[in-house]
Design a protein around this ligand. Structure first.
Ligand code: ADP
Length: 465
């Protein structure tokens, strides 16, 4: 049998009830103890007062009833029914002198010993009636010696009754309080969690197809509103990413369609009539060019997705100087047939942490572009600078340049500017996008500084080791 985990509402209710019950119990026990202490204290104080009165004005004739002037006082403290019942006068030997008493009050050895030393004793004793009583034994000192012992006792029945009634009341009130707090806690939890319920219902209505919907805010600026804001911000990011993905898919489809259509067209025309072997050969050669372009596109896409997801290769220190020399070598080869001079500018030793292969690809893309977009007679310079915190790979050309309005766009995928496209360069428009995502994955930045017909300067800035 699987035990279902408790809902937040149930847990909140349980916690709330538990805390309230604990507080109720604590308050009950402490008020009970306090009440008990006060009752016994008051009782003892009354006993002392009555005993004091008897000690200061003991009856002349012990066998006579209590003097009439004492009676109201005694009644006031002990209540009418006990007024003459629990008073006793003894001689120092412990012999009873007064006749006013119905049940006898016991005189313990300790109380007598204390009294002979002049000290009063308070004790709880059993009466012959079966009741318990609080008993005060107080010495009456006359002429420097203990002349009499005054004993005043108060049955504990009433005090005990009061305490019992209090406990009975608590026994009803505490469970009632617990039940009420459970109900209150449940209602509170339900109320507190209602916005969350509403929010999850709202979230259910948002699907991948309709990411433009947002969670409702209540305008209270509280935790729930903040949660809605956080989720809405996440939805906005998802929507942007989704839109980007859709655009990307459409772009890829578009990019694939052009060479595929050309390929199909060429083959179709070749198949329309009987052709000579040379003609077939020409068609096949041009088909291979289209296929090569498709392969290049597929490779670029793969590279882009890898660098966007994050570089998988372990990061290692990469010396940038050999990387520049390698790029120079390839650049020179690329530019040979074009009449563009590729050379090395200033270099400084610089080491960064990263993926050497990916960094090489980023730099080569820049060199490739510089050669591609520089007309014959122009030049391309590769240089490497180093500051305290960063290393910069710079590729500068004297080519066609870029309109400042397009500076930002050129890094987007499949973006080729008109000037570039009009030339037969065969670029897929992914080169700069790949370079930028590689540089970003290394915690760096790719910057461009260019003017139309004034050449361009691309800089890869990386945190140096
Ligand atoms: P492509 O494959 O077309 O070169 P890129 O992403 O590498 O794609 O570059 C995007 C566009 O940016 C190019 O089509 C070109 O118009 C422009 N561009 C890139 N580098 C240069 C440069 N060095 N000089 C002038 N234009 C450039």
């Amino acid at each position: 049998m699987t035990i279902r985990p408790l809902t937040i509402r149930a847990r909140l209710t349980l916690w709330y009830t538990g805390v309230v019950v604990a507080i109720l119990l604590l308050v009950s026990v402490s008020t009970y103890l306090l009440l008990r202490w006060h009752l016994f204290n008051d009782l003892d104080a009354s006993l002392f007062t009555v005993a004091g009165v008897l000690r200061d004005a003991p009856p002349k004739d012990p066998s006579a009833p209590l003097p009439s002037d004492l009676e109201p006082l005694v009644k006031e403290f002990l209540g009418t029914e006990f007024a003459d019942a629990l008073l006793q006068l003894l001689d120092p030997e412990g012999r009873v002198r007064s006749r006013v008493l119905r049940p006898g009050l016991p005189l313990s050895r300790e109380a007598r010993a204390n009294a002979l030393r002049g000290a009063p004793t308070l004790e709880t004793v059993d009466l012959t009636t079966g009741d318990q009583a609080r008993l005060l034994t107080m010495p009456v000192v006359r002429g420097g010696r203990v002349a009499d012992l005054v004993q005043v006792a108060m049955p504990l029945r009433r005090t005990r009754q009061t305490l019992t009634r209090y406990v009975e009341t608590l026994a009803v009130l505490v469970p009632l309080g617990a039940v009420l707090s459970a109900v209150g806690g449940w209602l509170l939890a339900r109320r507190a969690l209602r916005p969350v319920d509403r929010m999850s219902q709202g979230a259910l209505r948002i699907s991948a197809e309709d990411l433009s919907r947002r969670l409702e805010r209540r305008g209270t600026q509280d935790e729930i509103d903040r949660l809605a804001d956080t989720l809405n911000a996440m939805l906005a990011r998802l929507q942007a990413a989704f839109g980007e993905m859709q655009r990307f898919t459409a772009d890829v489809a578009h990019e694939l369609r052009t060479p595929l259509t050309a390929l199909r067209g060429g083959i179709e025309i070749a198949l329309r009539a009987e052709r000579s072997p040379e003609e077939y050969r020409r068609v096949l050669v041009s088909s291979i060019e289209e296929v090569d372009q498709l392969i290049r596109l597929a490779e670029d896409l793969l590279l882009l997705s890898r660098s966007t997801i994050g570089l998988t290769a372990a990061r290692q220190p990469v010396d940038l100087e050999p990387l520049c020399l390698e790029a120079l070598e390839i650049g020179v080869r690329l530019a040979q047939s074009k009449g563009v001079a590729v050379s090395m500018g200033a270099t400084a030793p610089a080491v960064v942490k990263g993926d050497a292969g990916a960094l090489r690809r980023a730099l080569l893309n820049l060199v490739d572009n510089a050669v591609k977009y520089t007309p014959a007679g122009g030049s391309v310079v590769i240089s490497l600078c180093r500051t305290r915190e960063s290393a910069a790979l710079v590729v500068e050309d004297t080519g066609i340049g870029i309109d400042p309005a397009d500076d930002g766009r050129i890094f987007e995928r499949f973006v080729r500017l008109d000037a570039g496209r009009s030339r037969d360069t065969g670029g897929s428009g992914l080169g700069l996008a790949i370079a930028r995502s590689i540089v970003l994955a290394h915690g760096g930045a790719l910057e461009v500084d260019s003017r139309p017909s004034g050449g361009s300067r691309f800089t890869i800035r990386l945190p140096a080791l």
